[in-house]
Design a protein around this ligand. Structure first.
Ligand code: SF4
Length: 304
């Protein structure tokens, strides 16, 4: 009898499909993926790949972005209920009020957002490219949505611009405990603290390095003089970290930061969607899709 891994390989070949997995997906899912990455890397890849079927092991906004950028491809979500709470945390009234007040306003939208929210925006960003893109925008006034923590982090790097924030946040990073990170620092004084900019300000103040998930992985990979790291992001990232630095030790806060939506994805679900074609991401209505795709394409252009 075939193992699940073999079955997935067979189905991928039959359907000419490719599996993309986010760093926060469970380890066994990352193991069968053709590509593992953060939102930016996966959205760039989705455009470059020629396979007609993309299986996206992530949350719904990721599948939506892949579909917007690849309307001709079939995008399948192993778990159609996997969603990101932050992706919905914007009220259109906040955007309308800011646009009315500032003529040169740019609405900068973190890619962790629904297609509807992207369609209200001028450009998308990820945590890996937000600073670069905002710095290069001609606009002085920036409304950053939906994540206020990432917005504040970007504003610190680009002090020449005037920022407005929206009250959105990732619950997994927002509620991480700074006391638990301090405890880890005391227990492991040689460890460097690497954190994601979606974390609350108290955690960011404790960091040696602040960056995207791929930034954290690369930092640990490059800093071979250090063999202990305290990690301030979702614990699924340890799969790739351990692959990059098998010699190093990684510590997470005692209340382990996990993203239940990402972690609920299973190999059985991957097999199911590859077999049945269920959970295909539908293209949003035309006008909305065009505007959202424009914001995503602006990101890919400005991030070059
Ligand atoms: S970790 Fe946070 S931002 Fe990322 S998908 Fe989960 S809830 Fe959303």
């Amino acid at each position: 009898m075939n193992t699940k891994k073999e079955r997935i390989q067979q189905l991928k070949e039959e359907k000419n499909a490719v599996i993309l997995a986010h760093y926060y997906a469970p380890p066994e899912v990352q193991e069968v993926a053709d590509y593992i990455g953060d939102s930016f890397c996966l959205s760039k890849l989705a455009v470059q790949l020629t396979n007609p079927v993309l299986v996206f092991c992530g949350v719904s906004f990721m599948g939506e972005s892949a579909k917007l950028l690849n309307p001709e491809k079939t995008v399948l979500m192993p778990d159609a209920t996997a969603d990101c709470p932050m992706a919905h945390m914007v009220d259109k009234a906040v955007i309308d009020a800011a646009r009315e007040q500032y003529e040169d306003l740019a609405v900068v939208c973190y890619i962790n957002s629904t297609a509807q929210i992207k369609s209200w925006s001028d450009v998308c960003v990820t945590s890996a490219n937000a600073v670069k893109i905002v710095r290069n925008l001609p606009n002085k006034n920036i409304l950053f949505i939906p994540d206020r923590n990432l917005g504040h982090f970007v504003a610190e790097q680009v002090p020449e611009k005037h920022f407005f924030y929206n009250e959105g946040y990732c619950p997994r990073h927002e509620f991480m405990s700074a006391d638990e990170v301090r405890e880890l620092k005391e227990a492991h004084p040689q460890a460097q603290v690497l954190v994601h900019p979606e974390c609350n300000g108290q955690i960011l103040d404790l960091a040696d390095y602040i960056g995207s998930t791929s930034g954290i992985i690369n930092y640990a990979g490059e800093h071979t003089e250090c063999s202990e790291f305290i990690i301030g992001t979702v614990s699924g990232v340890v799969y790739k970290l351990s692959e990059k630095r098998p010699d190093a030790r990684f510590y997470f806060p005692k209340t382990r930061p996990s993203c239940p939506d990402m972690e609920q994805i299973t190999l059985d679900q991957v097999i199911h969607v590859l077999t049945t074609g269920e959970n295909e991401v539908a293209m949003p209505p035309e006008a909305l899709a065009q505007q959202a795709e424009q914001a995503l394409s602006n990101m890919l252009k400005l991030a070059k």
